[in-house]
Write a protein that binds this ligand. Structure first.
Ligand SMILES: Nc1ncnc2c1ncn2[C@@H]1O[C@H](COP(=O)(O)OP(=O)(O)O)[C@@H](O)[C@H]1O
Ligand SMILES: [Mg+2]
Length: 252
């Protein structure tokens, strides 16, 4: 079986500055991959390359065996990539209801699960508001609704919870996982927070310092356990991942 997404021999640099070095990766459909690495190692650059904003210097990205260049954020064949940038990228001059349906309007599609998505994310009462009047957590949920309503084949999230206070981040993570369990969109979840990486990812991809290399991919033993997981389980796994990260960052 060919992988859902294949990344082959990917190199990215800005001028003389090598950012990503020789990424090779096969991604299964319907899984969440946490990507963890230090600030400045190239995580955002990687996501921007996956969704076609940045052209790689070398290597290729295949999505369902097609070259990435054939995909755009609003692919009319329903091959959209949902991208939630670090600061959510909402359009300040549009109300929430127009922000979340802009992709559908451009594509000329409509998602029958739209109302359910709005309900699960708890943004029913925000639809007539403008993004500037929302809290960080609310904005984050609106950005998620916008990406999700497009029914992307792949969802890219760049540190979606890092600007939120702990309580709001916890709530947002739960809402995201509730939504994800219903539709299981293949997701890349970028974070610099080890705890978050182990809470969210079925696979945890550990990156080195710049130029970023893939140091290890850990299959998360806690992911399928659901409610059987305890805080201690996460703590122990996070400690293990932290050790691997420290080791990787010492040797680079
Ligand atoms: N458009 C760009 N032009 C030049 N350098 C860039 C550009 N975007 C990012 N960089 C540099 O690439 C490196 C990786 O950035 P980034 O991918 O944002 O890291 P991360 O998301 O892991 O914190 C940084 O040194 C950053 O300054
Ligand atoms: Mg970043």
């Amino acid at each position: 079986m060919t992988a859902f997404i294949q990344i082959k021999n990917l190199h990215i640099s800005f001028g003389d500055n090598q950012i990503i070095e020789d990424f090779n990766l096969s991604i299964n459909p319907g899984e969440i991959y946490s990507i963890i690495g230090p600030s400045g190692c190239g995580k955002s650059t990687f996501l921007k390359t996956i969704c076609g904003i940045i052209k790689p210097e070398q290597g290729e990205i295949l999505i369902r065996n097609e070259k990435q260049q054939t995909f755009t954020a609003l692919d009319p064949r329903n091959n959209s990539i949902g991208y939630i940038p670090q600061h959510y990228g909402l359009l300040d001059w549009l109300k929430v209801k127009d922000n979340i349906s802009i992709g559908e309007k451009i594509k000329g599609t409509s998602n029958p699960n739209r109302d359910e998505i709005i309900r699960i994310l708890g943004i029913e009462d925000l639809l007539d508001r403008f993004p500037k009047s929302l809290s960080g957590g609310q904005r984050q949920r609106v950005a998620l609704a916008r990406a999700w309503i497009l029914k992307p084949v792949l969802l890219l999230m760049d540190e979606p919870f890092s600007a939120l206070d702990t309580f709001t981040a916890e709530t947002s993570k739960k809402l995201f996982l509730n939504l994800w369990k219903k539709h299981k969109i293949t997701t890349f979840f970028v974070t610099h927070n080890v705890q978050e990486a182990v809470e969210m990812g079925k696979y945890i991809i550990i990156l080195s310092e710049r130029p970023a290399r893939i140091v290890e991919i850990i299959q998360n033993p806690l992911f399928e356990k659901g409610s059987g997981r305890t805080e201690d389980d996460f703590y122990i796994l996070a400690k293990e991942v932290r050790k691997k990260l420290q080791k990787a960052w010492e040797v680079t």
